[in-house]
Design a protein around this ligand. Sequence first.
Ligand code: NAP
Length: 323
Amino acid sequence: MMRAVLVRQFGGIDQMKVATDVTIPTLGDKQVLIKVLYSGVNPVDTYLRSGQYSKLPNLPYVPGKDAAGIVHSTGSLVSKVKPGDRVFACQTGQMGSLAEYVAVNEENAFPLDDKLSFEQGAAIGIPYFTAYRALFQKAKAKSGDRVLIHGASGAVGLAAVQIAKANGMHVTGTAGTQEGLDLVRTAGADAVYNHKEKAYLKKLQNEELFDVILEMLANVNLGNDLKLMKRHGRTIVVGSRGTVTVDPRELMGNESSVTGVALLTASPDEWSEIAAAIVDGIMAGWVKPIVDKVYSMEEAGQAHHDIIHSKGAKGKLIVKIQD
Ligand code: NAP
C-alpha cells in the first residue's frame, strides 16, 4: 500500500484527499515503476479535477502528469532504464504522480542527469515538452526568428524562453509582475514587457514584428497577436480560458496563421523527437527548470488553487512526495 492523493469525485480542491491505503500499481512488461520524490503541478490537472476537460479519467484517480524520482523496478521488456536510475516522467496515466509510486510506459520515463535536482526534474515534463512542440513541431521556428512568448513567467513560458534562446532565436517575453519580468530576463529573454501595463502593446508594436508568437492566454491576447506578426508569422495557441473576437482580415495581408497545440496528441515519433531534444538540452545545460514553490502532499489542493489564481507566476509549482 502507498500514500497518494485521491480524487473520488470531480469538483473543487476539497475533493483532493491524501489516502494511505492505495494499492501500488502493478507493472506491465513495458512499464517502469518509479518511486516518486516530487510531482509537478500543471493547469491541466485542475481542469481534470474539476471535470472540465474533453477526456476525463475514471473515478477514483490520482492527479499529476509529471514526476521525478528513482526507478524502483521495471517490466521484463524495458531496456532504457534500470532500478536505481534517476528519472523524470511525463504523461503518467490515470494513477498519476501525486503518489509514492507511479507506473509509466517506458517511452514516458527519461534519464535525469545529476546536473538537475529531483525538484527540477518534476518541473520538466509537460512545460518543456509543450514549449518544444509549440516552437518546432507547430511554429517551425528556426535560428534568427523573432519570437514573442506572451506569458513567459510561468512554467511553459520559461521553458520556451530557454529553448528558443538555445536555438538562436531573438526572444521577447511578457510577465505581469516585476519579479516575473526579472525571471524572464534571467532565463535569457532579450526584451521583456509587462502584460498588465496599459501601454505595453503600443511599445511592442514599436518593436520589429514577430515571426512566431507563443500565446498563453489567447482569449485575452489573440486579437492583438494578429497585429504583431510579420509576413508569414505563426501564432501558436498554447493556453486559452475563454472566447475572443478577432479580425480575420489581419491574417490576410501578411498570410500569417494561427495554430493550436495539444501536447498529449503528439504521435509516438513526435514524442520521441521532443524527448530526445529535451534530454539533450539537459546534458547541454540549457534545460534549467525554475521552481517557484514546493508544497506537501496535504497541500496539493492549495497548489491547484494557486496555479489558477496566481498573482504572478515565477516558474513551476511542485509537490514533495517523499525523501
Ligand atoms: P502557469 O505556470 O500558471 O503560467 C501562466 C502564464 O500566463 C504566466 O506567465 C502568466 O504571467 C501568464 N499570463 C497571465 N495573464 C496573462 C496575460 N494577460 N497575457 C499573457 N500572459 C498572461 O501555466 P503554464 O503551465 O505555463 O501553462 C500556461 C497555459 O498553457 C495554461 O493555460 C495551460 O493550461 C496551457 N498549457 C497548454 C498545453 C497544451 O498542450 N496546449 C500544455 C501545457 C500548458 P503572470 O502570472 O506573470 O501575469
